[in-house]
Design a protein around this ligand. Structure first.
Ligand SMILES: NC(=O)c1ccc[n+]([C@@H]2O[C@H](COP(=O)([O-])OP(=O)(O)OC[C@H]3O[C@@H](n4cnc5c(N)ncnc54)[C@H](OP(=O)(O)O)[C@@H]3O)[C@@H](O)[C@H]2O)c1
Length: 322
């Protein structure tokens, strides 16, 4: 196993994992199986990705063939906002577990803050953002402390070994830390040289919350949505600074981007649909960047965020990062 990060729950989380967003259903089981073969042990899934059954098939095949045991793997899933009412958290976690064919998650995260009105899985699953499946954003009145108490219940009931949050910012974390009986073990955030989030990462370090970076390649993940601000940016893998550092170290630009995050102490979960790239992305901890290279990458920060709900649909009711 490669390097790990010790969580406040006492469990070890691999520092490099595989992201499962936009891994299509037809190839997902093979992708997960091949990633295990290539050495990945952490898989970052979610109800919202709509592929948990296929992910579970890939895991089951790898276990059946003796490549790994369940204990060798670290599997993450996430609670979607329509399941944040207190009594909906455990059923949602159980549904994801059943899709994966697992008895427990290593890490279960609240995907986004801001509870939305419950959508029965029998009506639509995964439910998406809209109550009517089209355009209506309908809030639930459930406050975060209620959702978090239910998340703590998952640990008590042994459905999740560690619990955490995603897309949360400082104010809500400070609030949670006041009432949490089990503090969040991890925070998953968008993180790349155009969105460095220094203060948030410092807060997590001070409070013993592990940080996982998502969308480490910045705009690359968002071009397919036609986001104008993603198209307008220099692709990070073609950026002169990044390609120059990569050439100096005999590495790929992608490995420099991942190493910049892992050297900062963050976990990374790159996604690729290309088998040839699997091993390359996993190899992003075995070399060190110079301090001046790290500083120059930090200096690219523009505070540009791609993954916010209001970028995906026209709404005047959804400002999570306001
Ligand atoms: N918590 C959240 O709200 C949230 C949000 C977004 C993402 N995530 C998690 O983070 C994971 C990673 O983020 P992401 O999926 O947005 O994208 P990413 O890891 O930044 O990858 C973006 C794109 O880069 C390409 N790529 C990957 N490795 C490459 C390489 N070595 N060289 C060149 N191109 C490469 C991939 O395309 P190809 O497939 O064609 O290789 C991929 O589509 C997700 O899968 C998900 O698990 C979480």
């Amino acid at each position: 196993m490669g390097p790990t990060i010790k969580l406040s729950s006492g469990y070890e989380m691999p520092q490099v994992g595989f992201g499962l967003w936009k891994v299509d259903n037809a190839t997902c089981a093979d992708t997960v199986y091949n990633a295990i073969k290539a050495g990945y042990r952490l898989f970052d899934g979610a109800c919202d990705y709509g592929n948990e059954k296929e992910c579970g098939e890939g895991v089951a095949r790898a276990i059946k063939e003796g490549l790994v045991t369940r204990e060798d793997l670290f599997i993450t899933s996430k609670l979607w906002p329509v399941f944040e009412d207190g009594d909906k958290v455990e059923p949602a976690c159980r549904r994801s577990l059943s899709d994966w064919g697992l008895e427990y998650f290593d890490l279960y995260l609240i995907h986004f803050p801001g509870a939305l009105k419950y959508v029965d899985p029998a009506v639509r699953y995964p439910p998406g953002w809209h109550f009517d499946g089209k355009s209506q954003i309908v809030r639930s009145s459930t406050p975060m402390h209620v959702t978090w108490a239910a998340m703590e219940g998952l640990v008590t009931n042994k459905l999740a070994r560690s619990i955490g949050v995603s897309n949360f910012q400082a104010q809500l974390l400070y609030d949670m830390l006041r009432y949490a009986k089990i503090p969040p073990a991890a925070l998953q955030i968008e993180h790349h040289p155009y969105l460095v989030q220094k203060e948030l990462v410092s807060l997590c370090k001070a409070e013993g919350i592990a940080v996982t970076a998502y969308s480490s390649f910045g705009p690359a993940s968002f071009l397919e949505f036609g986001f104008k601000h993603a198209e307008a940016m220099v692709p990070l893998m073609q950026d002169e600074l990044i390609t120059g550092i990569a050439a100096r170290h005999g590495k790929e630009p992608s490995q420099v981007l991942l190493r910049w995050a892992t050297q900062r102490g963050l976990a990374v979960i790159p996604k690729t649909s290309r088998p040839a790239v699997l091993a390359q992305n996993l190899e992003c901890t075995g070399f060190d960047l110079e301090q001046d290279e790290i500083d120059k990458i930090f200096a690219k920060d523009m505070g540009i965020r791609f993954n916010q709900p209001s970028n995906y649909f026209d709404t005047d009711k959804m400002w999570i990062f306001g």
